[in-house]
Design a protein around this ligand. Structure first.
Ligand code: SF4
Length: 422
């Protein structure tokens, strides 16, 4: 059995669901001594390797994730004894649960069974992280909150920048600052949260100071959809940048939304099983309390900046909005969140919704069936599904048409949008 010391000498690659989420997660692993880094950026080689080792039945996120892992193994300094990949796993019908077994099969075929795949869960004692598991997972949570805050600030600023490229340059510096704090060895979580809050205040002030012209608000486009494909720019052909090129501003559904949903699902299932008063329920409630406390604490300095851009106070808000179309009792996962969040964004004064989904993913297909009813019940609010399979052709044309619809809707809409109070 490998020791904790051996594990920490392993170069650990973190999949790039979004670049910033991978960077902050890597920093959280660095804080307990791992040599962690995001998996390589995606490119045509990623797709080539994915196609070489996969059957073609897999979804695009699986192809890109595994393609990038294989690309990392092409590095000249690749050492199978000291290379690992973070690959969380899940049960249920989603293909996400297949990533790990498929990658294990590929490694076996390549005669590299010693390459480690980390899928820490409570059922395996968090892969032997021991006492450090608590710090690691808590650091990962605040890291993802910080990553979401940075992306949100960035997307509401970049379309209005005066000097092209200035917001992207600022984003990189701010992400480095956030990661530096997260990567410090963790002994005291209270002090880590305080330091992170101080960095976020600095990030906020830098974004406030970036020369920008907000005098002409752009159509606000909510981005929902499958979590990987909407957040990973390569897999969606840089769709957010295209929306901006066509005159829009994007509001991306964040990463931690999924954390809230899965946690609430645990609570809901215990409730349904008659375990409202149980040790398991107490653990879920304590976890929820800590998660809310951290989010509120780190968001507090940005309340004014996010005036008009507030996220739902509780995931129940989104689930209730979805209920007339996809009740949680009979529908599961991202489809419920996407429909509810679309209506939430309509109520915030958004001008359209783009749902980003990998080709053949059931979530996107179900949502596409429901959206016409949602749109009709909400003043013909423009909602459009975009599917991706790694070979997009008419994307510019389709985004252009959609943005015209959003601009028309913006002129006649009745739900008025609020703006930051700075
Ligand atoms: S939700 Fe769809 S695209 Fe995402 S991992 Fe599952 S099957 Fe693949």
């Amino acid at each position: 059995m490998q020791t904790a010391t051996h594990k920490k000498r392993i170069k650990l690659y973190i999949p790039q669901m979004s670049y910033e989420a991978a960077r902050v997660t890597a920093a959280a692993f660095q804080s307990i001594g791992f040599d962690a880094q995001p998996s390589p950026h995606s490119d045509t080689r990623t797709l080539e390797l994915g196609a070489q080792y996969l059957s073609g039945e897999e979804c695009l996120p699986e192809k890109i994730t595994l393609g990038n892992f294989l690309k990392a193994m092409e590095a000249p300094d690749f050492d199978p004894e000291y290379t690992g990949f973070l690959m969380p796993t899940a049960g249920g019908p989603c293909r996400f649960g297949q990533y790990r077994p498929l990658f294990q099969k590929i490694l076996k075929e390549m005669k590299l069974p010693q390459v480690r795949i980390f899928s820490p869960t409570s059922s395996d004692g968090y892969e032997g992280f021991g006492d450090e598991a608590k710090h690691l997972f808590h650091t990962m949570w605040i890291a993802l909150i910080a990553g979401d805050i940075l992306r949100k600030l960035h997307l509401k600023t970049r379309p209005y920048e005066i000097e092209k490229g200035s917001a992207n340059a600022l984003f990189q510096c701010c992400l480095d600052d956030i990661c530096n704090v997260l990567a410090e060895p963790t002994t005291n979580m209270r002090s880590k949260r305080q330091k992170l809050k101080a960095v976020l205040i600095d990030v906020r002030d830098k974004y406030r100071a970036l020369p920008a012209d907000y005098s002409n608000p752009r159509p606000l486009i909510g981005i929902v959809g499958e979590i990987y494909c909407r957040l990973n720019e390569f897999s969606n052909n840089f769709l957010v940048e295209k929306i901006e090129e066509f005159g829009g501003e994007a509001w991306m559904s964040d990463v931690i939304e999924w954390g809230w949903y899965t946690n609430d699902e645990q609570r809901w299932k215990l409730d349904k099983a008659g375990k409202r008063i149980s040790l398991d329920m107490l653990k879920v409630k304590i976890k929820q309390w800590v998660m809310h406390r951290d989010e509120k604490y780190l968001m507090a300095p940005l309340v004014q900046d996010f005036n008009g851009y507030e996220e739902p106070r509780h995931v129940h808000e989104v689930l209730e909005l979805s209920r007339p179309y996809l009740p949680r009792e009979s529908a599961l996962g991202e489809m419920v969140l996407n429909v509810g969040k679309s209506i939430y964004l309509y109520n915030k004064g958004a001008d359209g919704i783009v749902d980003i989904s990998p080709f053949s993913c059931m979530n996107g297909i179900v949502c596409e069936v429901v959206y016409p009813q949602v749109s009709k019940a909400h003043n013909n609010f423009p909602i459009r599904s975009f599917y991706f399979d790694g070979n997009q052709s008419e994307l510019d044309r389709d985004v252009g048409i959609f943005m015209e619809l959003a601009k028309n809707y913006m002129r006649k809409k009745t739900v008025i949008r609020k703006f930051p109070s700075l």
